[in-house]
Design a protein around this ligand. Structure first.
Ligand code: HEC
Length: 127
């Protein structure tokens, strides 16, 4: 666990390791912190095409065409900002069993933005 290593190094520094060892430990600590922040900042689905990401939504929301007789809102052509805001709102709501609350909690902001843009760019083929 990188976290445990960092804690051990921090403890050694606080307890006062000898000069050269302290320098080595400080470098290790900095490297560990860099790795940790890099892992958090990475976009987890960067390599996945937007259409593939949005396919998780198409079953319920349709793509360019509406799903016949469905009462689930049609997203094609909606402004991306509206889709993003709704997703943020669902993720922040207390859970009440609504599918969208579960779904919205599963995505990072960058991925939601890409899905929102994919839908915004779709030209609705059915009214
Ligand atoms: C299991 C079916 C299902 C899936 C899959 C699904 N949704 Fe939904 N979604 C719904 C339902 C049902 C509603 C309406 C909920 C309500 O009335 O609040 C909704 C509402 C929404 C709304 C609000 C639309 C509006 O105009 O009010 C947005 C935005 C949305 N979904 C985005 C998404 C995105 C993006 C995905 C894919 C990551 C997705 N949904 C996947 C069922 C689904």
């Amino acid at each position: 666990m990188p976290g445990e290593t960092t804690d051990a190094v921090r403890t050694a520094i606080v307890r006062g390791a000898p000069g050269p060892a302290r320098t080595v430990l400080a470098v290790l600590l900095a490297a560990g912190a860099g790795l940790a922040s890099g892992a958090c900042a990475r976009e987890p689905y960067a390599e996945v095409p937007s259409a593939a990401l949005a396919s998780a939504c198409v079953t319920c929301h349709g793509a360019a065409s509406r799903i016949q007789d469905s009462t689930i809102p049609f997203l094609a052509g909606l402004p991306a900002a509206r889709i993003e805001e709704k997703m943020k709102a669902y993720a922040a709501e207390p859970e009440s069993g609504l599918a969208m609350q579960q779904i919205a909690r599963g995505y990072d902001a960058a991925t939601i933005r890409r899905i929102a843009r994919w839908y915004a760019d779709l030209k609705p083929e059915t009214p």
